[in-house]
Ligand binder design. Structure first.
Ligand code: SAM
Length: 289
């Protein structure tokens, strides 16, 4: 394979196929070989693994994944890049290339169609504009994923791994910690991409939990409580939850929170995963009464 980890090589390849990087699709191609190896190493791949790659681009990461894993399912939305990849990665019989939108794709069905193994791993240098909806979908959409290694904007990465009480801590931090164990693998400067984006990036590893780390009566209710608590960050928990359409009047909330062992004047951004679970349990009990 031609070495794609230099801007000159990427430029030459794109010009050979008459393709221009599309900003609206987040096409910033990785050109740093050290970062490439860090991503592959973080995924701990063996021949028994099936990997789903979202946005293979010009195939820089795809080729390395196909060398390290048993099967790679790569989903790319840009038909021009799919055409390029069909030629440049034709020597990998274990690559199943799909033209499609990762926000709509049924990854379980694609892995099954490719004859891949379950659960599978997701490895991707994600296009910035779909990061949060895509990760939310991957974590809550009944996909049989064991591990995700994703490159995202650095600010988003800090939110994914954030702890309670920090300014980065938000609804996505709680969701991630409920579904997985998050780790920051590496911070990646914007110069590691061609063309260089306007912000720095980071690689995050999310190891999906085999079972929920806290007891909740209803996942959907739990996510609604978490979203409501962060929707108005500056408000106390009582005020944020009372205004959120969760079906209880303002007067009922201090008691529901007290029963969960939570001071009703606290802000949502200070609550741990276990505390959000306790609020959800207390709310569910109150609604049953
Ligand atoms: N994996 C390549 C790399 O590391 O150099 C390219 C990464 S680039 C940041 C993001 C890729 O995702 C682009 O190839 C882009 O066309 C593709 N993409 C953008 N939106 C997508 C979507 N909705 N579904 C699938 N792929 C998408």
């Amino acid at each position: 394979m031609s070495n794609l980890t230099s801007p000159a090589a990427v430029r030459a390849l794109l010009s050979k196929y008459g393709v221009r990087p599309k900003k609206r699709l987040g096409q910033n191609f990785l050109v740093n070989p050290g970062v490439l190896e860090k991503i592959v190493a973080a995924a701990n791949l063996t021949a028994a693994d099936t990997v789903v790659e979202i946005g293979p681009g010009i195939g820089t990461l795809t080729g390395r994944l196909a060398e390290a894993a048993g099967k790679v399912v790569a989903v790319e939305v840009d038909p021009a890049l799919v055409a390029l990849l069909k030629e440049t990665l034709s020597r990998f019989p274990n690559l199943y290339l799909v033209e499609g939108d990762a926000l709509k794709a049924d990854f379980n069905a694609l892995v099954a169609a490719a004859g891949g193994a379950f659960p599978y791993k997701v490895v991707a240098n994600l296009p910035y504009y779909i990061t949060t909806p895509l990760l939310t979908r991957l974590l809550t959409g009944n996909f049989r994923v064991a591990l995700l290694v994703v490159m995202v904007q650095k600010e988003v990465a800090l939110r994914l791994v954030a702890r309670p009480g920090t300014k980065e801590y938000g609804a996505i931090s709680v969701l991630v910690r409920f579904m997985a164990e998050p780790e920051l693998v590496a911070v990646v400067s914007r110069g590691s991409f061609f063309p260089a984006p306007e912000v720095d990036s980071a690689v995050v590893r999310l190891t999906v939990r085999p079972s929920a780390p806290v007891t909740i009566p209803d996942e959907e209710l739990f996510f609604r409580v978490v979203r409501a608590a962060f929707a108005q960050r500056r408000k106390t928990l009582t005020n944020a939850l009372a205004g959120s359409g969760l079906g209880l009047g303002r007067d009922a909330w201090p008691e529901v929170l007290a029963r969960a062992g939570i001071d009703p004047t606290r802000r949502g951004e200070t609550l741990s995963l276990e505390e959000f679970a306790a609020v959800t349990r207390s709310l569910a009990a109150e609604r049953k009464e």
